[in-house]
Design a protein. Sequence first.
Length: 285
Amino acid sequence: MRTKLKEVSGIDWFDGAVMNCKWTGPLLKDVLEKAGVKVEKEKWNDAHVAFSCFQTPTQDDEYYGASIPLSRAMDANSSIIIALEMNDKPLPPNHGAPVRVVTPGIAGARSVKWLDRITVQMCESSSYYQQHDYKILPPEADCKEKAEEWWGRVSALQDMPINSVIGVPKTGSTVHRDENGTIEVKGYALPSGSDGPITRVEVSADGGETWMDAELDQSHEDKDADLKWAWTLWKARVKVEKGKDLTIYSKATDGSGNTQQKSVEWNFRGVGYNAWGETSGIEVV
């Protein structure tokens, strides 16, 4: 968003930080039920489940905290778990050992590591990182002073939007055509929130005028695995002419029909960017 639209007040995630692996642990729903949640069901949409980590002070707060709607937590189909293992091994320290929450489809900021406390409450987490960080403010909040008027009026980002990323070829690289005049393009795609799996990825080498379908790799060693939350690796062979400054785009579609658009609306923090995937400045020889 910073490079394509205009300056934002946020750190550079480039094409995003993604983890796609196997998590094991009890459903958060089951843990909350065993603890005895006392919020009436008709109030679940107003209540939140807050997660807190007190292991160390953070840059902007005394602790790290986040929360999700109780209605989401109590839905078994949301697959939110208290993770104890990663890829069939005990959770490693740098990924949140001994226990963390995993919130598939939801912004990673809610998947709190080194989990110390879970609280059911009638409001969002009061943590800075819930209240003043991962929120999509309206375009008119275009500076720090104007943003202050909006922080308390906008809910924290929950569902992540559909997205795709081109991993190969890398921006600014040189690639060689094969005997058919094609180059290989590869990447990954992520569905919107709980709307997975990815059903289609298209690639364009002519500015979006024409598109070709990429081949999706949705194989898994566990044939019963639910790929609703998983990324989808994809690849395509694209016919291109020799030359410099080639730009290639990708766009994904998921099971609910969500599709990436050419551009997105700017926001102050620069979060939720999901315009077409892009690699540019390619030299084809």
